[in-house]
Write a protein that binds this ligand. Structure first.
Ligand SMILES: O=C(O)CCC(=O)C(=O)O
Ligand SMILES: [Fe+2]
Length: 439
C-alpha cells in the first residue's frame, strides 16, 4: 500500500466539473506508475480508519494448481454456501440517482496490451461489427473510437436518425423482444471480458510465463480474510463474462454530453443510468432488465463485511462494530471492466437512497485482474487525494463515516494480474471491479 497527500483542508479545492466533463487525459494523477511491492496488503477503509490487511508470503500462499476441473472447483465452492438463506428479491424500483463526477473522456483509443493478445487466447471482442449507420468499424477491443450519443428521450433509447455510436458494441433492432416498448432499442453485440481459449496453443504458455512473475506475483491471494480466494475469483470472472455476454451485458456508458466513461459497465440488481444518475429496473440503453446478483456474490459480500467486523473488533477494540461499519445486504452490483488504459475520475457514490446514505451502509468493492491505483480523499481534489494500490483479490470497503469518500481509479497497471487467474479464466488484460451497494 502506498499513500500520499493526505487531504485535510477544503479551502483550496479546485472546481470539479460534473456530468463527466472531467478530462481524464489531463488528470494530474496521471503520472508514471509506481513500483508495486509484493508486500502490498489488502486494504479496507472502515469509518475513517484505513486498515491494511497484511498478506503473508504470497508466493508460498498461492494455491496449488489443482488438477480438478474448474467446474468441479466451482461446484465445490458453491456447495460451501448451500446452507445459507437465499438473498432477498429485488423489488421494482425507479429511483432518482445522484452519482457525480465519473471520470470520462470524449475520445478514447483503448488498447488492451497487445503483447497479451498473442497469448493463444482468441479475442472474441473482435466480432464487434460496423454500426449500420456509420463508417466506423470497431474490429477489436484494441480500438474504440470517438463516438457520441444521441439519446432523444429520457428513459427511452431512440434511434434519432444520426449515428448513435456511443457504444461500440451496439447494433440496432426494431424492437427488443425483452422490452415492452415499441420503440427501436439498441441491441448489443456482447463485449467479452475474456479471451476465448484455443486449446494446446504454445503461445498461451509463453505469453503468460513471460509476464513478470517477479514483479506482480503479489496479486495472488492466500487465506487472508477480506480478500477473495482464487477459485472464487475464477468463479466471479466466469460468471461476469457469461452475464456480460447476455442481455443487460457490458457496454460503454456515456453522459448526455457525449463524454464516455473509460470502462465497460454492467449493472446487476438495479441499473444505474449515467445520463439520469438514477437507478431503475430497466436499462435505459436497451430496455433490458438487469440480471440478478448471483447468490455467491452476495454471500461473498456478507463474508467480507463479517470479516471486517472481526477485524474492527480486533484492531480497534470496538465491541459495537456496527457503529463503525453497518452491515448491508446488496441489491445493486455495478460491474466495471477497465482495459489497461481505463480510468475512473474522482467521484462520490451518492445515488443510493437517502436512508442508505444516512446510515452509511457500505460500498463493498471486489478487485480482480490487473492492479489499480485507487485514489481517495475527503475532498474533490485529485492533488490532495491519497493513493492505494488495489490488487487482484483485494476487497475495499467504505462505509460509516467514509461512505461519502471521494474516490476513483487513476490507472490500471498492465500485466499485474496473477498468472494463475489468467490461465484459469482467459481474462483480458485489464481489471474487473464489482461494487456492491444497498439501495
Ligand atoms: O473500480 C473501482 O475500484 C471503483 C469503482 C467505483 O468507484 C464505482 O463503480 O463507483
Ligand atoms: Fe464509486
Amino acid at each position: 500500500m502506498s499513500k500520499s497527500n493526505k487531504s485535510t483542508e477544503s479551502s483550496q479545492e479546485k472546481p470539479f466539473p460534473v456530468d463527466g466533463n472531467f478530462d481524464i487525459h489531463n488528470d494530474p494523477h496521471d503520472k508514471p506508475l509506481s513500483d508495486t511491492s509484493q508486500d502490498n496488503p489488502a486494504y479496507i477503509i472502515i469509518g475513517s480508519i484505513p486498515i491494511p490487511l497484511f498478506r503473508n508470503n504470497l508466493k508460498n500462499q498461492s494455491l496449488p494448481f489443482s488438477t480438478k476441473s474448474s467446474t468441479h472447483k466451482e461446484a465445490e465452492l458453491l456447495s460451501r454456501y448451500d446452507h445459507l438463506p437465499s438473498p432477498p428479491a429485488t423489488g421494482n424500483k425507479k429511483i432518482k440517482r445522484n452519482r457525480v463526477d465519473l471520470g470520462s473522456v470524449r475520445t478514447s483509443q483503448e488498447n488492451c496490451g497487445k503483447s497479451s493478445c498473442s497469448s493463444g487466447f482468441e479475442c472474441s471482442s473482435s466480432f464487434i461489427e460496423t454500426s449500420p449507420t456509420t463508417n466506423f468499424t470497431s474490429t477489436t477491443h484494441h480500438k474504440e473510437s470517438l463516438q457520441h450519443s444521441h439519446f432523444a428521450k429520457k428513459n427511452k433509447v431512440v434511434y434519432a436518425g444520426i449515428p448513435h455510436s456511443s457504444y461500440n458494441n451496439l447494433v440496432y433492432a426494431s424492437a427488443d423482444h425483452e422490452s415492452d416498448s415499441p420503440v427501436s432499442f439498441l441491441k448489443f453485440k456482447p463485449y467479452d471480458i475474456c479471451f476465448r481459449r484455443k486449446r494446446n496453443s504454445p503461445l498461451i504458455r509463453s505469453a503468460l510465463i513471460d509476464k513478470s512473475e517477479e514483479i506482480y506475483f503479489g496479486g495472488q491471494v492466500g487465506d487472508i480474510k477480506d480478500t477473495i480466494l482464487r477459485p472464487e475469483m475464477v468463479h466471479i470472472v466466469k460468471t461476469c463474462r457469461k452475464l456480460g455476454l447476455g442481455h443487460g451485458g457490458f457496454y460503454q456508458p456515456s453522459f448526455a454530453s457525449g463524454a464516455k466513461l473509460r470502462l465497460k459497465m454492467m449493472c446487476l440488481g438495479l441499473d444505474w443510468d449515467p445520463q439520469t444518475k438514477s437507478y431503475g429496473n430497466k436499462r435505459v440503453i436497451d430496455g433490458s432488465q438487469p440480471r440478478s446478483i448471483p447468490y455467491l456474490f452476495t454471500k461473498l459480500v456478507m463474508r467480507a463485511i463479517k470479516d471486517a467486523h472481526c477485524l474492527i473488533n480486533k484492531e480497534c477494540g470496538v465491541t459495537y462494530v456496527e457503529d463503525i461499519l453497518p452491515s448491508m445486504s446488496p441489491d445493486i452490483c455495478i460491474v466495471n471492466f477497465y482495459t489497461t488504459n481505463g480510468r475512473l475520475g474522482l467521484h462520490q457514490d451518492r445515488d443510493e437512497s437517502k436512508e442508505s446514505l444516512q446510515k452509511g451502509l457500505p460500498i463493498v468493492s471486489f478487485c480482480i485482474g490487473d492492479s489499480a491505483q485507487f485514489f481517495y480523499g475527503d475532498h474533490r481534489d485529485v492533488e490532495k487525494a491519497e493513493n492505494v494500490l488495489l490488487e487482484s483479490g483485494d476487497v475495499l470497503i467504505f462505509g460509516g463515516e467514509s461512505r461519502h469518500v471521494f474516490h476513483g481509479v487513476s490507472s490500471i497497471i498492465p500485466y499485474s494480474a496473477p498468472n494463475e487467474l489468467l490461465k484459469d479464466t482467459g481474462l483480458l488484460p485489464g481489471r474487473l471491479n464489482l461494487t456492491f451497494r444497498q439501495y
